[in-house]
Design a protein around this ligand. Structure first.
Ligand code: ATP
Ligand code: MG
Length: 439
């Protein structure tokens, strides 16, 4: 009988869904630390929602005739009970659903944030993935232009904290639903006259969601879209006052912006202020942050009517921009690497390492055996400043050897009780020497 070889196919991650490996994940964590401090400094509090939600939530919140609901959602039927579920494509709908479900607005307005993965079935390319991450900020129960301005000011400060350059602000107002209805009628009339110049998507949307045609990425249609009636010309007094309020706070804060009458956003729930932060440094995927006001959504999802505004940032795009501008982080290295040979020595090694961690140091204990020589190589490669060395002699004496790995000096014997102090002294002296050297 001939020997059969089974070929085991290598399993790969789903297309458009990325692993974030340690070098990158450390940069992500550093970025997340900066973001958390920034959010706290504006008084926003965290909320965590499930990644899977009932499909009708997104249909109702985002709108049936939108890119997301028409073609980008990962929806499936729960095999056990037939419930229709969707991997969340964005966070606002879930956040508002949670606020209603838990009656969060009963205790007053809420400043909230969340971060995590979102899922959209799009064509993967640079800056566009099927699993991507957003940091979302929502302010529920606020109706004035002040919160809109606060959101924009917040973003500007974060770009500053991250040292980002070349991020421009685009601003528009979508007015009220009545104002949009009047504009819509004229927009349909105008676009119908030029129907031959619309692409297939736009023809289909002409009577269902004509506003979205203004948002087209099809360059061939830009001329017709430029000539179309502008929503901003249909705004009434109240909407204009709100929009002026936002703009004067931006001017006070010295934040430059451009009014873009074609900025309509891809989701149905927006009204009044909408904005995007855009860069030219990332090619076609240049929008790093987008948001605006959505006064109707709480009621639309079954809550007591409450005004609201928010925004979401694309983490992958922001990180790409951050790193493009030199925003790299130094890897956090261990302070101490513990090498040991023999059974007694191993016991002492574990005790010494725990004692040092209790002191606040980062410690790698060698695992997996091997000669002193090979362990010392690993200690060196780990980037640690010091090695703790324990052999039979040290173990018998209840002491450890301490050896600098980066600077001069030989190995010294140290009693376990004072190890923390001696390590602190060594690390502190080295730091001082480094600082002196750089002056
Ligand atoms: P785009 O026009 O680029 O498709 P969008 O209007 O669909 O963006 P939003 O729903 O407003 O995006 O999401 C907010 C932010 O999330 C975007 O500005 C972007 O930075 C990021 N984002 C959206 N979709 C993706 C994706 N598929 N991959 C990576 N980031 C994304
Ligand atoms: Mg999109």
């Amino acid at each position: 009988m001939s020997e059969k070889k089974t070929v085991i196919q290598t399993l790969q991650a789903v297309r458009g869904m990325n692993d974030i490996l340690p070098d990158d994940a450390e940069a992500w964590e550093h970025f997340e630390d900066i973001v958390r401090d920034w959010l706290r400094s504006y008084g926003y509090r965290p909320i965590r929602m499930p990644i899977v939600e009932p499909t009708p939530l997104f249909k109702r919140a985002i709108g049936e005739v939108t890119d997301i609901v028409e073609k980008e959602m990962y929806s499936f039927e729960d095999a056990l009970n037939g419930e229709l579920l969707t991997l969340r494509p964005e966070g606002t709908a879930s956040c508002v659903r949670a606020a209603i479900q838990h009656k969060m607005l009963a205790t007053g307005a809420q400043r909230l944030y969340y971060h995590g993965p979102m899922f959209r079935h799009e064509r993967p390319q640079k800056g566009r993935y099927r699993q991507f991450h957003q940091i979302g900020v929502e302010a529920l129960g606020f109706d004035g232009p002040d919160i809109d301005a606060e959101h924009i000011l917040m973003c500007a400060r974060l770009w500053d904290d991250l040292g980002l350059e070349d991020v421009r602000l685009e601003l528009n107002s979508l007015g009220s639903s009545e104002e949009r209805a009047r504009h819509r009628a004229e927009l349909i009339a105008f676009l119908s006259e030029h129907e031959d110049r619309l692409d297939e998507d736009s023809k289909r949307r002409l009577h269902t969601n004509p506003l979205r045609i203004l948002d087209t990425k099809n360059l061939d249609m830009h001329e017709i879209v430029e000539a179309a009636p502008r929503l901003i010309d249909f705004l009434g007094e109240e909407s204009l006052r709100h929009f002026d309020g936002v703009q004067s706070l931006l001017k006070d804060a010295g934040i430059p912006y451009r009014i873009n009458p074609r900025l309509v956003r891809g989701l149905d729930y927006y009204n009044r202020t909408v904005f995007e932060w855009v860069t030219t440094r990332l090619g076609a995927q240049g929008t790093v942050c987008a948001g605006g006001r959505y006064d109707g959504l709480v009621e639309q999802l079954g809550g007591k009517p409450a005004p609201a505004a928010g925004f979401a940032m694309g983490v992958e795009r922001l990180l790409a921009l951050w790193r493009d501008g030199g925003g790299e982080i130094e890897r956090a290295l261990p302070d101490v690497y513990v090498v040991h040979l023999g059974e007694q020595a191993q016991r002492l090694a574990f005790r010494a390492a725990e004692a040092l961690r209790g002191y606040g140091f980062a410690v790698l204990t060698h695992c997996g055996g091997g000669s002193f020589k090979s362990q010392m190589k690993k200690a060196d490669a780990s980037g640690a400043q010091l090695a703790v060395v324990i052999g039979d002699d040290e173990a018998a004496a209840g002491e450890v050897g301490l050896k600098p790995l980066r600077g001069p000096g030989g190995q010294q014997r140290v009693a376990l009780e004072v190890l923390g102090d001696v390590v602190a002294e060594c690390l502190f002296t080295e730091e001082e020497e480094e600082n002196d050297g750089s002056v």
